[in-house]
Design a protein. Structure first.
Length: 338
């Protein structure tokens, strides 16, 4: 890798600065980001100062923070050398896994996974790199199990990764169709009382699934596949009576399925199909007294061969850093109220 250590300049003391030199100025520009925004983000999150001098970066600050910034910059630069891009979420994910909420072994392991890119999901529009160990394990579980549950708080990539794996398997010819579903709890599943045709009735509830698909497939291709019904998005209420063969099926927001709905959905699994069930046990919107089908399925099916369970925590949140802190605050409040 084209990075080397430097002798400290006269105006900086070795014990207070870490120095890096990069051999490719073009990649250094991408590393720093537009108007050095990537460096600014690292500075604000890690409490360091990063000074750019030509093809060199000087990192000033506490030694632990400098070491973390150094590791992240080297991981990002190697990613660029391998021809892969950098997104804001990649930097945030690396910062988070090096923080106090991650397991002790997470930073080094996460950096190594990030550098090597040994696990990526290929879609027609982009490559997806799981950013935490839990996401890596989840991706492997989706590929290995015919039925896999992803359970954890919002923003951990449960649905996004499941849809990405579905698109990759569809593109590779491993399944013939993709079916994405959600309970339309807000309308009580009584969609016939809403104005418009079925698509207009359910679109407000299905929009997060459309958003994920649009990230992975070109618009015209997605539209064509939906017209051919090789990709379907439908509310859970419309799954009854169907047998889903040679399909990748995703049930999102599964905590809002009743026990009867969950059993109905799980028994739709046909030959050559795979299912991904995602949900957040802390966000059940069912009426008071109605048990969540996700909780029941977790209790009944755990330990069954061919069925996997993947769990996420606030340390795996890949949205805005505030989301992780919000989730942690609510978790603390629940613990104190218990």
């Amino acid at each position: 890798m084209g990075i080397s250590a430097l002798t400290p300049p006269p105006d900086l003391h070795n014990e207070a600065a870490t120095h890096l030199e990069f051999s490719d100025n073009r990649l250094l520009v991408d590393l720093c980001g537009e108007y050095d925004r990537n460096l600014t983000h690292l500075e604000s999150q890690l409490g360091v100062q990063i000074i750019r001098r030509g093809n060199q970066l000087d990192i000033l600050g506490p030694i632990e923070s400098r070491t973390q910034a150094n590791d992240i910059l080297q991981a990002l630069y190697q990613r660029l050398e391998e021809g892969r891009g950098i997104e804001a979420g990649d930097i945030a994910g690396l910062i988070r896994t090096g923080g106090t909420t991650a397991p002790d072994d997470a930073p080094a392991e996460q950096l190594e996974m990030f550098r090597t890119g040994r696990l990526e999901i290929r879609t027609r529009k982009k490559m997806i790199s799981p950013r935490t160990k839990a996401q890596q394990d989840y991706t492997r579980a989706l590929m290995a199990n015919e039925l896999n549950f992803g359970i954890g708080p919002a923003g951990t990539g449960k649905t996004y990764i499941a849809v990405a794996v579905a698109v990759q398997m569809f593109s590779d010819g491993l399944v013939d169709k993709i079916l994405l579903s959600r309970p339309a709890v807000e309308a009580g599943e009584r969609l016939g009382f809403l104005p418009g045709d079925m698509k207009e009735k359910v679109d407000p509830y299905m929009q997060p699934l459309y958003d994920a698909l649009n990230d992975f497939l070109p618009g015209k291709q997605l539209q064509k596949l939906m017209e051919e019904r090789r990709i379907e998005i439908a509310p859970l209420a419309f799954m009854r009576g169907r047998t889903l063969s040679n399909a990748f099926v995703v049930l999102d927001e599964a905590q809002n399925a009743t026990e009867m709905q969950m059993k109905m959905f799980l028994t739709r699994l046909g030959e050559g199909s795979r299912m991904a069930i995602t949900g957040d046990r802390s966000q059940v919107d069912l009426p008071r007294g109605v048990a969540s089908g996700l909780r029941a399925a977790e209790r009944i099916l755990e330990g069954e061969d061919g069925i996997g369970f993947s769990y996420f925590t606030s340390a795996d949140v890949v949205r805005h850093p505030l989301v992780a802190r919000i989730i942690q605050a609510y978790e603390r409040d629940e613990e104190q109220s218990a």
